[in-house]
Design a protein around this ligand. Structure first.
Ligand code: EEE
Length: 356
């Protein structure tokens, strides 16, 4: 049964192409009979095929935020200089996901997908569709950072530079539990019906609770205290009170999403761990990295804190810690502040200019 959800359309998310990888076997033992990856590209691949930048997507996100907030002429991610490929992660609602696929893996029967599955699929797509064998940069935020780390550890020769933003190579027990609360908020809604709901709107209560938990930990206490939220401009939506902001921004976005997509990504997020490549040895895994790495945590991030990112950076050769400053905590990723975006660009421009 394929559900129609207008949130996951080019009209809402911006143009993308679907590329089929055919039958794709998953690390956990499941199979996706015909894996479709939703891909958005910006700029042109040069003759030498050495100007490619890969951007994997974060939890609940798509290529759209990267297109609207980070990619542009004169920016670090400049389509006039680079061929930028944003690949929507498996299960995010645009690529093959529980609600948009039929047959034996539809809805509650969607198989468990790991970060490593996404990275293997992305590598296959880049090689088969674009003939890309090496990347000038892999950059991603949050779960996109988990995929960035996985790329640098799993395919060290293919990654010249890596910039994991607001995310870690090995997920922590605290983070695992945080994500569990996000997932429980959805599955505890009777409307979820074991994952066999007829419409995502049947799970409104669960999705709203999910959004409320994001408001608590996805932003920062400073964000709420200084009422920074009052000054955020979004197209055709306004608010006067904290409750209105929370309802018209966070809840409005998350209640448009597909519950099983969020659960598929949540399961994946919880188990992000590059040490799976080295029999559980994180030191050995990070020691494999040959890319030039800028590890870029957010200073007020409450579940991918600087201290966790710094501990991994210290284990990674040829890496630097570059803390990003945003009053919005983890959600600084959405680019509320010009100062944050300037800091991201300055760091990525420096990284892209560095000889490797
Ligand atoms: C909002 C993005 O958060 C993650 C965990 O990807």
């Amino acid at each position: 049964m394929v559900l129609q959800n207008p949130f996951y359309t080019p009209e809402v998310q911006g143009a993308y192409e679907l590329h089929s990888l055919g039958r794709f076997e998953l690390e956990e033992g499941g199979v996706i009979p015909d894996l479709q990856l939703a891909v958005a590209t910006y700029g042109q691949l040069n003759e030498a095929k050495d100007n490619a930048i890969l951007i994997p997507t974060w939890f609940s996100g798509t290529h759209q935020t990267w297109e609207q907030v980070y990619i542009g002429s004169g920016r670090a991610l400049d389509p006039e200089k680079y061929f930028i490929v944003v690949i929507n992660q498996i299960g995010n609602g645009l690529s093959t996901s529980p609600h948009n696929t039929d047959g034996e893996i539809a809805m509650s029967r969607f198989p468990h997908v790991r970060i490593g599955d996404d990275v293997r699929a992305q590598e296959q797509l880049l090689r088969e569709v674009f003939g890309i064998e090496q990347l000038a940069l892999v950059v991603g935020g949050s779960m996109g950072a988990q995929q960035t780390w996985e790329w640098a550890v799993r395919f060290p020769d293919k990654v010249l530079r890596a910039a994991p933003v607001a995310g870690t190579a090995q997920n922590t027990p605290h983070d695992f539990l945080f994500t569990k609360t996000l997932m429980d908020a959805i599955t505890s809604d009777p409307g979820w019906n074991g994952g066999e709901y007829a419409d995502h709107a049947d799970v409104l209560a669960g999705l709203t609770r999910h959004a409320d938990i994001w408001a608590v930990l996805g932003l920062s206490t400073e964000f709420w205290k200084t009422e920074f939220w009052r000054n955020i401009e979004l197209p055709d939506v306004t608010w006067d009170t904290f409750e209105e902001f929370s309802e018209r921004f966070l809840s409005a976005v998350f209640t448009a999403m597909d519950p099983n997509a969020l659960l598929a990504m949540g399961w994946k997020w919880q188990r992000g761990d590059v040490a799976r490549n080295t029999d559980g040895d994180l030191v050995a895994a990070l020691g494999r990295v040959t890319a030039k790495v800028f590890v870029m945590p957010h200073d007020e991030d409450m579940f991918f804190p600087v201290r966790d990112a710094e501990a991994e950076q210290k284990l990674t050769p040829n890496s630097e810690l570059r803390v990003l400053h945003t009053i919005a905590g983890h959600f600084g990723l959405f680019g509320f502040e010009e100062s944050y975006l300037a800091e991201v660009d300055d760091n990525l421009k420096e990284l892209l200019a560095s000889e490797v």
